[in-house]
Every structure is written in structure tokens, then in C-alpha cells.
Design a protein around this ligand. Structure first.
Ligand SMILES: Cc1cc2nc3c(=O)[nH]c(=O)nc-3n(C[C@H](O)[C@H](O)[C@H](O)COP(=O)(O)OP(=O)(O)OC[C@H]3O[C@@H](n4cnc5c(N)ncnc54)[C@H](O)[C@@H]3O)c2cc1C
Length: 412
């Protein structure tokens, strides 16, 4: 990695770092004439230390493999993007990935203690700690997390592990509308119970799973909430959530064993792909108190732009993945403008509700148009100045959100 960066620097070649390539914001699109630097062969778990509850892993380790390896010591790596079985720890660090369990355990940032990073000039820099606490100097570890390959190449990470929960409880609630599921989520938030997963699927997502897996979820309701609690208090917490859901007008249905595991697996990877359909996937987040308004707005936006909308949400975090689709018409070679217009409205509505343009997928190349609207010019200038310090020649991630327009796409 160091040699590649030195050579790239000397030849003024632009570099994009690639983990598993599962990112959804166009962050690994190769610059013309540039270098795609893969972490595929950085695939070793270097250390698991049960006494310190940490692991040291190379960047190309698949996240689910780390989690399973930690499981042999009664521990787990908590951040669990739905892509955990193929995305990498380095990619998760670079995007600050979220996931199903993050509403209880926090996103990737909360589990990263230290990093080894190769800088644009080929220097190997070590930041952070292997201690749980540590506040020496500026938090450069936090700066690299979520930096989307703009500041350096993450080659290894020291991550925090958590005890495997002694017990996990699961519940599903089917409802006749998305709005009523949104209301349930708000009642759950107000209850002060801390679930380990609060996942929402709308009717089109349920249908997609049914078509792909032969289930009958859409027959049971027009929206579904999947809830989990874990730890020593899992049963007591689920009992309380059962009361909360019932009091809010929902019909709780507890799942056990394989049935529970299967429902979680269907949520993670049960949906199929659409044929002969244009589709744009949006990723926004809103304060949880505005979730019901956001869900209502998404339906209205779909109707106004004649676009089908599908919604899956890490609802416990207010993070919504909105799929906007329309059938391909003869002669069309690109998604019709009305899908882009609908996507634009979704992002603007999230901002208007006090939310953000990306909850977990990152800005990449695709979210650049809305960046200034969220950050403002002054903050964007400051962020670009930070990039200038780490990568003065602008060779890393040339099309990223931090590249000034003058440094974009000028590889030889
Ligand atoms: C089916 C599916 C489900 C998904 N579910 C989730 C989810 O629940 N939560 C979520 O957050 N995301 C999710 N994603 C998106 C994606 O998996 C995450 O963004 C993931 O973190 C990307 O990891 P990767 O290894 O594939 O990185 P890549 O896609 O290869 O890269 C992503 C970005 O990180 C940079 N990068 C990668 N590795 C490094 C490195 N070592 N050093 C510096 N920069 C690097 C790249 O340059 C790029 O900008 C999902 C994607 C799919 C396809």
C-alpha cells in the first residue's frame, strides 16, 4: 500500500480505495487513467484479545467473519450492516457503516479505537488507542471514520468487541398502514426501553421478499415492524415492548428460535431485484420524532411524481432507505427525470425535517448535489482544507465530496 501510494504520488495518478465494492453512493468508481487500490488481500484477523475485548484486523476482513471469529470467545463485533457477509471492515470504517443492531450499540465509529492508515504520500500513520478510553490530542481516528477514502488508506483497525448477549427476544408487528407502524416506533422510543433492533418494512418491500422467497408477508399486513431486545434483560424488555405496542394499537407477535432467525435473515437479505425497472435508492435520516411525517411525505412524493416507492428503515435510528422506481419504457436509455425529481424531493424533505442527506451510505459521488445544502459553504471549505492537509496533491478519491472542482478527474 505504501509503495502504491508513493508511486501514484510521483506519477500524479489518482487513487480510489476499494473494499468489497458494495458501497451504494458511487465511492469506488474508478477515475479515468487512475488506480483502484483493492484491500482484498488484507484479509487477516491479526489478534483477538478477550481480556481487553478488542480485535486488531486488516482492512479487507469481511465484517461478518470478524463477528463470527469473536463469537468463539463469547464476544461479538457489534456493527452489523445488512451487507456484513460481504462488506469489509475497511469499507465499513470508511463509510461509518450502520446496521440493524446500531440503535443499541452505535454505528461503526462507536467500535473503532484505533487505525493504521497509509497517507497519500505513502507514510504509515498510527492513530488512536488499544485502550477503551484515551483522549490524547485531537481525535484523528474519528476523523478517518466516515472519510470515504479521501484522507488515507485504512490498512488495519483496532476495534472494540462486546459480550455476546446471553438472550435475544424477537417480535414482529404487522399493521395496515405505514403511518401506524411509524406511530408504533414513536411509542417505542418514548417507552425508554432500549431495543437492539427496530426495523421497518413497507408493503412493497414485503412483496419483494414474498416474490423472492415464497413467503406470505404482504398477506399479513401493509407494513411490518421487526423488534429485538438482547442481554440479561431481554425478556423483561420484550414484555414491556409487548405492552407498549398493544397500548398503541398494534398486534405484537413474538417469535422464537429458527422462526426468529429466519425473519431477521429475510429482513437482511430477502428482497429480490426488479426486472425491466429503473430504480434509484435513497438513504436519508430524520430525527425519530419526525419519522411519521417523513413516511407520509415519501408516499406523497411517489404519487406526485408517478413513481413507485418502497421503504425499508432502520427505524430505531430514523434512517430510511427509500427505493424509487418506474417501469422501463421502450426507447428509454436512462432513468426518467421524474425519478430523479422524486429522489431530490425525498432528500430535501429529510433536510427540512432536521435530518441528513445520508444516514449510513455516505456522500460518495451521488450525494454531492445536496452537500452544500446540509453543510453550508463555510463548513465545506473547512472540510476541504482538512483534506488539503492530508492529501495536498488531491490524489485520493478524486470525485469525492471533498474534492474541489479543480481537482476532479485530472488523472493522466
Ligand atoms: C445488500 C446491501 C445491504 C447494505 N446494507 C447496509 C447497511 O445496513 N448499513 C450500511 O451502512 N451500509 C449498507 N450497505 C452499503 C455498503 O455495504 C457499506 O457502505 C459498506 O460499508 C461498504 O463496504 P465495502 O467494503 O464494500 O466498501 P466499498 O464499497 O469498496 O467502499 C466504500 C467506500 O469506502 C472507501 N474505502 C473502502 N475501503 C477503504 C479503506 N480500506 N480505506 C479507505 N477507504 C476505503 C471507498 O473508497 C469508498 O469510498 C449495503 C449494501 C448492500 C449492497
Amino acid at each position: 500500500m505504501q509503495t502504491v501510494m508513493r508511486v501514484a504520488g510521483a506519477l500524479r495518478l489518482q487513487v480510489v480505495v476499494r473494499g468489497a465494492g458494495s458501497g451504494l453512493s458511487g465511492g469506488v468508481v474508478a477515475p479515468p487513467g487512475g488506480v483502484v487500490l483493492s484491500t482484498e488481500r488484507l484479509g487477516r484477523i491479526l489478534e483477538i484479545c478477550p481480556e481487553d475485548e478488542i480485535a486488531v484486523v486488516q482492512a479487507g476482513v469481511v465484517t461478518g467473519d470478524l463477528d463470527r471469529a469473536a463469537g468463539q470467545y463469547g464476544l461479538r463485533y457489534a456493527p452489523d450492516p445488512a451487507s456484513a457477509d460481504f462488506s469489509t471492515v475497511g469499507g465499513n470504517v470508511a463509510t461509518n457503516a450502520g446496521g440493524l443492531r446500531c440503535c443499541k450499540y452505535g454505528v461503526t465509529r462507536e467500535s473503532v479505537l484505533g487505525l493504521e492508515v497509509v497517507l497519500a504520500d505513502g507514510t504509515l500513520l498510527t492513530v488512536g488507542h488499544r485502550t477503551i478510553k484515551g483522549v490524547t490530542g485531537l481525535d484523528l481516528t474519528g476523523l478517518f471514520v466516515g472519510s470515504e477514502g479521501t484522507l488515507g488508506v485504512v490498512v488495519s483497525a483496532t476495534v472494540r468487541l462486546r459480550p455476546l448477549p446471553v438472550d435475544t427476544r424477537t417480535m414482529v408487528v404487522f399493521a395496515d398502514s405505514l403511518a401506524s407502524v411509524g406511530t408504533l416506533v414513536q411509542a417505542i422510543t418514548r417507552s425508554r426501553v432500549q431495543p437492539s433492533a427496530v426495523e421497518l418494512l413497507d408493503e412493497s418491500s414485503l412483496r419483494s421478499i414474498d416474490d423472492n422467497r415464497g413467503t406470505d408477508l404482504a398477506r399479513r399486513g401493509r407494513a411490518m415492524l421487526l423488534l429485538q431486545t438482547d442481554g440479561h434483560g431481554a425478556t423483561a424488555e420484550m414484555d414491556e415492548l409487548t405492552q407498549v405496542v398493544s397500548a398503541a394499537g398494534g398486534a405484537p407477535h413474538r417469535l422464537e428460535g429458527e422462526e426468529a432467525d429466519r425473519m431477521v435473515e429475510l429482513r437482511r437479505s430477502g428482497r429480490g431485484s426488479l426486472k425491466d425497472t429503473w430504480r434509484i435508492g435513497e438513504d436519508v435520516a430524520v430525527p425519530r420524532s419526525r419519522l411519521v411525517e417523513m413516511l407520509a411525505a415519501i408516499g406523497e412524493i411517489g404519487a406526485r411524481h408517478d413513481v413507485e416507492v418502497g421503504c425499508v428503515a432502520h427505524a430505531g435510528d430514523g434512517n430510511l432507505h427509500v427505493g424509487l422506481s418506474a417501469p422501463m419504457r421502450p426507447g428509454e436509455v436512462a432513468p426518467p427525470p421524474r425519478i430523479h425529481a422524486a429522489a431530490d424531493m425525498v432528500v430535501r424533505t429529510a433536510l427540512d425535517l432536521g435530518g441528513t442527506i445520508t444516514g449510513e451510505h455516505g456522500v460518495g459521488a451521488l450525494k454531492r448535489p445536496w452537500l452544500v445544502r446540509e453543510l453550508g459553504h463555510r463548513q465545506l471549505e473547512l472540510q476541504r482544507a482538512v483534506k488539503q492537509v492530508f492529501d495536498p496533491a488531491g490524489i485520493l478519491a478524486p470525485d469525492s465530496f471533498l474534492a474541489s472542482d479543480g481537482t476532479r478527474r485530472r488523472s493522466r
